[in-house]
Design a protein around this ligand. Sequence first.
Ligand SMILES: *Cc1c(COP(=O)(O)O)cnc(C)c1O
Length: 369
Amino acid sequence: MILLTPGPTPVPEDIRVAMSGKTLHHRTPEFEAIFAETRTLLKKIYNMDDCIMLASTGTGAMEACVINLCHKKALTINSGKFGERFGKICKAFDIPYTELKYEWDTPADVEQVIKEIKNDSSIDAIFIQVCESAGGLRHPVEEIAKEVKAINKDITIVCDAITALGVEKIDTTNIDALISGSQKAFMLPPALAMIGLSNSAIEKLSLSPKGYYFNLLSELKKQRENTTAYTAATTLIIGLKAILEKMDSIGFDNVYAETKKRALATREALLELGLTIYPKTPALSMTTIATDDANTIRKILKTKYSVNMAGGQDHLNGKIFRINHMGLVEDYETSWAINSIEMALYELNKRVYDGSGVRTYTLNKFLKN
Ligand SMILES: *Cc1c(COP(=O)(O)O)cnc(C)c1O
């Protein structure tokens, strides 16, 4: 089965092998050296002042950022399940918040965000996805961060980049916290989360430390000494070091360029097949197609062609399907998926089969500049 869901992504064989060593104790010079090297690589991909690794899924890091970086009131952006989650976390901790809600194909409106922070001076943190995976859209986070900081530099900008870091270069100039997770673009098993932090976020952490397990200040202090407050996720950190070394040896910018070409070529190929791209501002991490045949197409792909793609959740169940571009996806995998979609459309009497999908993918991926 070709796993082409936008998380989890398949773990490459060399990374699985790297994680297959004997158990290391986490309080040893041997593991601390691995931890130090991983931190260095992580800082390189993050391009931020510091970073933290947490033994948790991405949602744990979202929770950690909400409780540690919002001291008064949050502004949350909800264009889908993951944006909605920030609001649910605020609610769970009785943190006041305002939510700007959009349809799942619609990115945040910069003007509206600005209006909100101008009207409500109690807002001290904004929570937004870089890519909202529910519909595969890209929010204008850099623009929002820049404009908000120009008005009030003390508003903390927290971005969930779980399906963006490792996919594309993110301008972190005005971003205070950038969340990522192991099972998406880093092609690792789930349950390791990472947070990049700006110096101003670190200052804010120090003002009023919060939480116990997710106390980011005490965690950061330990991690600066190349250890962790609690037992480190040793195996996953060894995996993270291996994948970051691999991406670094390819060149992070080359990985981003390749992902972009793959995403754009896929988009062209599926448009050529007569399909419709769902989000108004598609992200590069996945291609989301809007079609009422979504579940039938996914079923044909799974049972006849051994391709596992993701569907939609909630009101988009049966209305969309999503193809992953994160990680080191091979061109034959994406071509196979596109060809399978064309075959499925033919089976459903939606179009003829003439190989247009793969031809368009190949043309756009390899022949055009
Ligand atoms: C996958 C994902 C998460 C985190 O999910 P976990 O299941 O907690 O790892 C958060 N935000 C986005 C945008 C995601 O795609």
